[in-house]
Design a binder for this molecule. Structure first.
Ligand SMILES: Cc1ncc(COP(=O)(O)O)c(C=O)c1O
Length: 389
């Protein structure tokens, strides 16, 4: 019999991540201009590192914390949720997680039975789709309205609901489109969730990076939604803490022990050293967040100006948030976004992410990250301008 590695059907059906594939291919290209990663390129601010170093020196980080996370950290998170998200919480409604990702995975595991349907917009963050698949749920992708800047198609959501629908999952501001779902749409979504007893799982990773007067709205701030939302947050983007792997979620007090049952086999608790760093982030000055936002705002404008000069190749919506955008490729060869991005990498030495990685309606698009220096943006666009000439 043939010797082959056996894996579960759950895992076998997950395709390779296009983002990681592009990263791998980019390494083979000399002096590549890199617009593929949705990861802050700044280092973690010093006062946050100092908080972690002090905790290490005091011998506080060698053991586990409570599964839900350090009480002091959860108390600070409660203050932050009140101040910035208009959510009235208490520490029993908070679970500190290994980044937003583990919080989202634990929430999906706690809520979704095999065969349950989860509605997501398309395009959306590919990891969300995988999280549903790993839980043996069925992702149901509702195409966003691209002409209006990739907003929710509320009628499309209503039509997608069946007896098996259990949850709606989204990120706002969005990866990959940069769309900020506004309060009006999210209130409509909340009504649908309440009428059909669905749980809304949110990923608010980019909550602080909104521009042009857009406002980040947390659906959990609607009091009637108290029992119908799990909101996931992270320190990764806000404080440039990607590698610390620290985030948290907020949910109803009755749901937290259930999500914790899923959190323990994945993580036991979030890394304790990172919990102290997160505490320093919340207790310390917040100027770094404003600085990051200002930088992304200016980088977005630079990228849009450069895209304007390539208007026969790309058409785009100015992103209202995040540090990502999702231009449409106007050339015929863009219809296969993976082939297009690979060719652009090989022939123009510019690394981007194919739109197909973010759902079927992502085809004919590519994702560009502007969480890079202006120099990197100019390098990439100088190359694309000569390439498409
Ligand atoms: C929408 C979204 N959520 C979550 C993450 C990752 O969050 P964390 O590092 O907190 O797990 C990313 C990273 O790119 C993201 O784009």
């Amino acid at each position: 019999m043939k010797d082959r590695t056996r894996v579960s059907d759950r895992v076998a059906q997950i395709s390779k991540s296009a983002i990681h594939e592009m990263t791998r291919l980019s390494k083979e290209v000399d002096d590549v201009a890199f617009l593929s990663w949705a990861k802050p390129t700044s280092d973690t601010p010093q006062h946050i590192k100092d908080g972690a170093i002090a905790a290490i020196k005091k011998g506080l980080v060698g053991g586990y914390s409570e599964n839900a996370g350090l009480l002091k950290l959860r108390e600070e998170i409660v203050r932050k949720l009140k101040r910035d998200n208009n959510i009235n919480a208490n520490p029993a409604q908070i679970l500190v997680t290994v980044g937003a990702i583990e919080g989202l995975s634990a929430a999906v595991m706690a809520l979704i039975d095999p065969g349950d349907e989860v509605i997501l917009p398309s395009p959306t963050y590919s990891t969300h789709i995988r999280q549903v698949v790993i839980a043996s749920g069925k992702p149901v992708l509702v195409p966003s309205i691209e002409e209006e800047g990739f907003i929710w198609d509320i009628d499309g959501v209503k039509k997608a609901i069946t007896g098996k629908t259990r949850a709606i999952m989204y990120c706002s501001p969005s990866n990959p489109t940069g769309t900020v779902f506004d309060e009006k749409q999210l209130r409509q979504l909340a009504e649908i969730a309440l009428e059909n007893n669905l749980t809304v799982i949110t990923d608010e990773a980019y909550e602080y990076f909104v521009f042009d007067g857009h406002k980040h709205f947390s659906i959990a701030s609607i009091p009637e939604m108290r029992k119908n939302v799990v909101s996931c947050y992270t320190f990764t983007k806000t404080y440039a803490m990607t590698g610390w792997r620290i985030g948290y979620l907020h949910a109803d007090e009755e749901l937290i022990p259930q999500i914790t049952k899923a959190h323990i086999p994945f993580a036991i608790c979030a890394p304790v050293v990172s919990q102290y760093a997160a505490l320093a982030a919340l207790e310390g000055p917040q100027d770094c967040v404003v600085d990051f936002r200002d930088h992304y705002f200016s980088a977005r404008n630079v990228m849009c100006e450069r895209l304007d000069r390539l208007d026969s190749i790309f058409e785009y919506h100015k992103p209202g948030g995040s540090y990502l955008m999702f231009p449409k490729i106007l050339l015929n060869e863009g219809r296969d976004s993976a082939a297009f991005c690979k060719k652009l990498l090989r022939e123009a030495r510019v690394s981007t992410t194919p739109g197909i990685a973010f759902g079927p309606t992502g085809q004919s698009h590519l994702r560009l990250s502007f969480c890079v220096s202006d120099k990197e943006i100019h390098k990439a666009f100088d190359r694309m301008e000569s390439y498409f000439k």
